[in-house]
Design a protein around this ligand. Structure first.
Ligand code: FAD
Ligand code: DLZ
Ligand code: SF4
Length: 513
């Protein structure tokens, strides 16, 4: 390592792999040293899916090589290096001693945990905003000021106006802000659906796969079947594939679920956006361009752009705005332990089994599977949201706390008490039956509300509403549900609650349910 006494250390974290953003954009290749480090603290804060670790480490190694090709001095630490200190701050201190650099420039880390660690570093650190996001922190702060509840739909309109995506002057294209009314079609088997791109492991990926399968053999999931792009070029190819083959049908089928097709018309780009291999702006540009060329219906283009400039930017703002400790919230006081079937133990619920199986195989499930199957079940059953959070943060290739925690604790588990969503996302089995083919192959009967073989989602739905009556019965959006519950005879309500309680008891006993 060349000594660079007048230079600075430029920290590039595993999810900051963007050439011309943040700290890298302001650094000087002639005198600064880029620090990248594979460290046990990052590979171990949750039991990440092995494919996620392979993805992050392979992408980091290739990004470091690309930086060196451009003339940067990169101090890169591999996980197995004998002098690896095991933490990002430890590696910065070691590299400062080695190079003589006396200060650090960093792009703000996504997670509060690392932001706080950098604050405690015994070196001067300049933390620059992460300018890959489309909404600057000050704009979100202004928008959020004084709001007790924050609704994505309101924020989204601000973002449409700021970015100009799908706008005609001051008005949204086609006259409506949201075309979801035209979406939400159930899935149909479609043998002609284009399959996801294949990414054959090259030498770098193969080496990391070997490392990860040795070191993380006890984690949920296997490295085999790894099928992610690990470079910017590969990520751009995935984006182009999506726009060409799937974007047109994205809107109508985004809520649909099929046992044998985990991907349907989804984009599969979240891992790349979150690593920095793609930027949100270029993704939206590609979608808008296809729309303007006349290839894409407005409901698909709008629905997709909303996910990026709406939901993705919104959850980032919420996470930042809340401050540290977001993941410790538990407004509903739920405390059940996470059932073993989330980690692959047997369950008779075909929907849960299908989502967990594909999660293990691909480190992927789409939004409605996360929200309305595994998330819905955990909420209905009253699982400790901290454990649910840890599961989502572990098992998905796109999972980073800033995006995962608001989705899990805020949207899915109602653990922050309704700041992000006006009502909990709970449903009985009927919703899953309408949107998927899961119920056809299930040991339970989705039509049965009580009795032998009744779908657990049906029982637990009423159990949830009943046990949280004080909190939710005044919520206008839930009034209809309580009216339906109250119209049932006292005897029927007692049967539902007793059967739900006994089902939960079997769950807690470890029986296969
Ligand atoms: P598509 O369905 O094709 O959507 C396109 C893009 O929109 C995604 O790539 C993503 O960047 C963005 N997007 C869509 N919905 C959201 C959302 N709610 N929040 C933020 N961005 C969104 N997304 C993550 O990126 N990381 C996570 O850790 C994560 N955890 C989640 C946990 C739960 C409980 C839930 C309900 C959702 C979570 N999401 C998370 C949001 C969403 O499920 C994923 O972004 C999406 O499934 C990724 O697959 P895709 O790229 O095929 O997305
Ligand atoms: C997710 C992850 C993993 C598995 N490993 C590393 C690593 O070894 N080194 C690194 O710099 N980053 C890694 N990451 C991404 C970080 O966890 C991520 O930067 C923080 O969660 C902040 O968002
Ligand atoms: Fe899931 Fe109930 Fe349908 Fe079975 S019957 S797949 S448990 S919703």
């Amino acid at each position: 390592m060349v000594s660079r006494r007048n230079g600075r250390l430029i920290l590039v974290l595993g999810d900051q792999l963007t050439m011309d953003a943040g700290a890298l954009a302001r650094a000087d290749a002639e005198r600064d040293t880029v620090v990248m480090a594979e460290v046990a603290d990052e590979t171990g804060y949750v039991p990440h899916h092995p494919q996620k670790i392979v993805l992050v480490l392979s992408a980091m190694r290739k990004f470091a090589a690309a930086l060196r090709e451009k003339g940067w001095q990169v101090a890169y630490t591999r996980l197995d290096d004998t002098d690896n200190t095991g933490s990002i701050t430890g590696e910065l201190i070691r590299r400062a001693e080695e190079t003589g650099a006396r200060s650090v420039i960093a792009t703000q880390p996504g997670e509060w945990r690392l932001r706080e660690a950098l604050d405690g570093l015994p070196l001067p650190v300049t933390v620059l905003p992460d300018d890959r996001f489309l909404c600057p922190p000050a704009v979100f702060r202004d928008w959020a000021k004084g709001r007790k509840v924050m609704r994505m739909e309101h924020f989204y309109r601000l973002m449409r106006r700021r970015t100009g995506y799908l706008m005609e002057g001051e008005d949204p294209v086609g006259g409506k802000w949201n075309y979801d009314h035209d979406n939400r079609k159930p899935a149909q088997d479609d043998l002609l659906r284009e399959k996801p791109m294949q990414h054959e492991p090259d030498d770098v990926v193969a080496e990391v796969m070997d490392l990860v399968s040795r070191r993380f053999a006890d984690h949920f999931g296997a490295v085999g079947g790894f099928n992610f792009a690990t470079t910017r070029r590969g990520a751009l190819a995935v984006l182009r594939h999506f726009v060409k083959y799937h974007l047109a049908d994205f809107g109508p089928y985004q809520d649909a679920m099929l046992t044998r097709d985990p991907f349907l018309h989804h984009a599969l780009i979240a891992p790349y956006l979150n690593l920095g291999l793609l930027t949100p702006a270029e993704v939206c540009d590609a979608v808008q361009e296809a729309f303007l060329a006349g290839d894409i219906p407005v409901n698909s283009a709008e629905g997709f752009i909303r996910q990026i400039i709406g939901w993705r930017e919104f959850v980032r703002g919420i996470y930042d705005h809340h401050g540290p400790g977001y993941a410790q919230q538990n407004a509903l006081g739920h405390g059940r332990r996470l059932p073993g079937f989330y980690w692959g133990a047997e369950t008779k619920m075909a929907c849960v089994a299908a989502v967990v199986d594909q999660t293990r195989a691909h480190a992927y499930a789409h939004h409605i599977q996360r929200l309305m199957v595994t998330g819905n079940f955990a909420l209905l059953a009253g699982v400790d949201p901290g454990l649910v959070h840890e599961w989502y943060l572990s098992v998905y290739a796109d999972a980073y706390e800033w995006v995962e925690a608001p989705n899990t604790l805020g949207m899915s588990q109602f653990a922050e008490g309704g700041v992000l969503g006006s009502k909990p996302y709970v449903s009985s089995g009927a919703y899953i039956d309408r949107m998927s083919d899961y119920c056809r192959g299930c040991a339970y009967d989705v039509k049965a509300k009580t009795g032998e073989g009744a779908c657990p989602f049906n029982l637990l739905y009423w159990h949830f509403l009943d046990r949280h009556r004080d909190r939710f019965q005044g919520n206008a959006r839930m009034a209809q549900m309580y009216r339906t519950w109250d119209r049932m005879s006292g005897e029927r309500r007692a049967t539902v609650l007793a059967e739900a309680a006994s089902w939960l008891k079997r769950l807690d006993s470890g029986a296969v349910v």
